[in-house]
Design a protein around this ligand. Sequence first.
Ligand SMILES: Nc1nc(O)c(N)c(N[C@@H]2O[C@H](COP(=O)(O)O)[C@@H](O)[C@H]2O)n1
Length: 363
Amino acid sequence: MNEHFMKRAIELAYLGSGFINPDPLSGAVLVKDNIVLGESCYRTFGAASAELEVLSYGLCDLSGAELYLNIEPFGNKAKLTELIRVIKDRKIEKIYIGIEDRNPRKEIHFIEELKHLGISCELGILKDECEEMNEIYSHYIVNKTPYVIVKWAMTLDGKLATKTGDSKWISSEESLRFVHHLRQRVSAILVGENTVRKDDPLLTTRLEGVQISNPIRIIISKYGDIPMEAKVLQVDESTKTWIIASELISKEREESICNLGARILKLKEKNGHIDFNKVMDLLGRLGIDSVYIEGGSAVLGSAFESGCVHKVYTAIAPKIVGGNKAVTPVGGNGIERMNDAIVLKRLSYEIVGPDVIIKGYIY
Ligand SMILES: Nc1nc(O)c(N)c(N[C@@H]2O[C@H](COP(=O)(O)O)[C@@H](O)[C@H]2O)n1
């Protein structure tokens, strides 16, 4: 039964995806005598917490009730003190918490405070699910650099496109929908200028029947060498674009891109390249907690070589295109010995339509 209510808290928490970054996804379920009395989740950045909201429902007697939270409540001292006061006043008997808040600067240790008050607390129900849903928060709050997720779709023979560069579409409609759920979760989506030139992608989130939030579109383009009519340069309130360029970008290019509403972020070149770790440091400083890299091959090569990738998704479509010139997913210099290969950890597989989606972690 405990897992059942925690599952519901997780489900609710996911409704905040894309709307509350860099705060954690949090859901709350209030239960008494195995009956759900209230449910809430954190869906708007800066709004009241899910826990406080669920406890303020109605005037019914909550003594002996239990509260299910996917993550330890976060926030400043005043907010948490108020929450603890309400929990005590309303005589909540037990609190089940999925995972602790990893914030190294937290002002109140919520679980310890409750224990001092004699309120029972159980930590670790559905821990793995709770960890995964808040992996972005848990990373960013400690490191202040974005959590980096990469994804590519490839054919069964490991190609990103045919030898002519044709890549639409490798994966199925079902896989594409899966991708849009990933886009919804993150603060930024990143591709290289070659992908913009070849695919002219929109890089927005498109999901039917769901309120969507578009990630900021980030394009790595040293000299802003992308067509002015590219879809990613058509910017409005809901579709922001940032170009990461070299400080050597020409004044004219910079002006034309900025006139379209995109923002240019300039970094020093190192050996003719923009250092990926510097990109991540900069984005972290700008409050970007998560970056989802969709390619192409050169950008994925740099991302892996820089060591900044945390999580990988690969959609493998049951198609074979052949050709030595057909590009493969991860470019760059590559390694010499198989023993030095990056080996993904905590692997899982999912059949999505006709494709297989592999998920794994670098760390
Ligand atoms: N999941 C997936 N399946 C394929 O078959 C693909 N070719 C890609 N490519 C990526 O999706 C981008 C297109 O984005 P929009 O739909 O225009 O927003 C493309 O540029 C690749 O990054 N992905």
